[in-house]
Design a protein around this ligand. Structure first.
Ligand SMILES: *Cc1c(COP(=O)(O)O)cnc(C)c1O
Length: 338
């Protein structure tokens, strides 16, 4: 099978498994797991922050961030395609009792002006109090698009002026950093909290980390406990994370190259209407009326290829660590013949 549904389907490599096998562990609920502590320190330093905390999922890291920045009844500004709004089970309202002001952005991104226009005046007590702006880099539903760093800086200014928290859902931040040759510290300077995922392009079986300075992070461990995310000897998982940071960040470029190559072939196919711009490892394309989407998927399945159906004739491909050059050439040939 050539499985391109998501970069979450990757399995640990032999090297990663060996690192896990050798991990020194302890009880992380007592904060006595040396490998977890090492991973947390490594990521905090990398982003120039004082604190980092390991989470079993990106959703839990984001949900914790929302809780840290808000009180019940308040409002979060995010793009209409945001993962925290669409794909975390309604957690923001369940866990934090907040609502969203959604921005009608472009491929999951928006402007500082749009943020400014979305803030409810704090003395107008009829409306929810705006307390947080959340952005996603790269954007998931936006097809792996990367933010313009200058726009992120402008939004920081709006947040400062209006006393708003600023959270980055960086599930695929690694892809943006590698693509644009950015320094994680620049992100650390800009955002109050950043969540990063270890289990997508980096290939770990489990894990996300929330990063921030002491003031905002001091309650994170309590919220993680409340959400049921405090675990014991998870140094085995942290070892996978450390291995991934050492070995799997730069190689994301390979995923990006493969995505571009696939995009070039898809762009030439007569039954494909539009391929969205490809910046990183996600390709979103729309098929036209010459082919029914069930026919397209069954044709793909006959060739042992798995893709994601986004509905409305939109299809998603995600390249990743487990997608080999051999599979890549095979797929390019199949697409050429189809
Ligand atoms: C995958 C993802 C998350 C976290 O998802 P989990 O499955 O909970 O780890 C968060 N934000 C974005 C943009 C994602 O793509």
């Amino acid at each position: 099978m050539i499985d391109l549904r998501s970069d979450t389907i990757t399995k640990p490599s032999k090297g990663m498994l060996e690192a896990m096998f050798k991990a020194e562990v302890g009880d992380d609920v007592y904060k006595e797991d040396p490998t977890v502590n090492r991973l947390e320190k490594r990521l905090a330093d990398m982003f120039g922050k004082t604190h980092a905390l390991f989470f079993p999922s990106g959703s839990m890291a984001n949900q914790t961030a929302i809780k840290l920045h808000t009180n019940p009844g308040e409002q979060v500004i995010a793009d209409k395609w945001a993962h925290i709004y669409n794909y975390e089970g309604g957690g923001a309202s369940f866990n934090s009792g907040v609502s969203f002001k959604l921005i009608d952005g472009n491929r999951g991104m928006f402007t500082a002006e749009q943020v400014e226009a979305s803030i409810n005046p704090p003395d107008f007590y009829h409306s929810p109090l705006t307390s947080l702006v959340a952005v996603e880099n790269t954007t998931n539903k936006g097809g792996g698009a990367c933010w313009d760093f200058e726009e992120l800086k402008k939004i920081r200014k709006v947040c400062d002026k209006n006393n708003l928290g600023y959270h980055l859902d960086g599930a695929r931040l690694w892809n943006a950093i590698v693509k644009n040759d950015e320094n994680p510290r620049e992100y650390g300077k800009l955002f109050d909290t950043i969540s990063v995922c270890l289990s997508k392009g980096l290939g770990c079986p489990v894990g996300s980390v929330l990063i921030g300075d002491e003031q905002i992070m001091k309650n994170a461990i309590r919220i993680r406990k409340i959400l049921g995310g405090a675990s014991r000897q998870i140094g085995y998982l942290a070892a996978a994370g450390l291995y991934a940071i050492d070995n799997n960040i730069e190689r994301l470029k390979e995923d990006h190259k493969k995505a571009k190559a696939l995009g070039n072939v898809l762009n030439k196919l007569p039954f494909i209407d539009k391929v969205e711009p490809i910046e990183t490892n996600i390709i979103i394309f729309t098929i036209n009326n010459d082919i029914h989407s069930t026919d397209f998927f069954s044709k793909m399945n006959q060739n042992q290829i798995l893709l994601s159906d986004m509905g409305c004739k939109k299809i998603r491909i995600v390249t990743h660590l487990g997608y080999t050059f051999e599979q890549h050439n095979q797929l390019l040939n199949i697409l050429d013949r189809i």
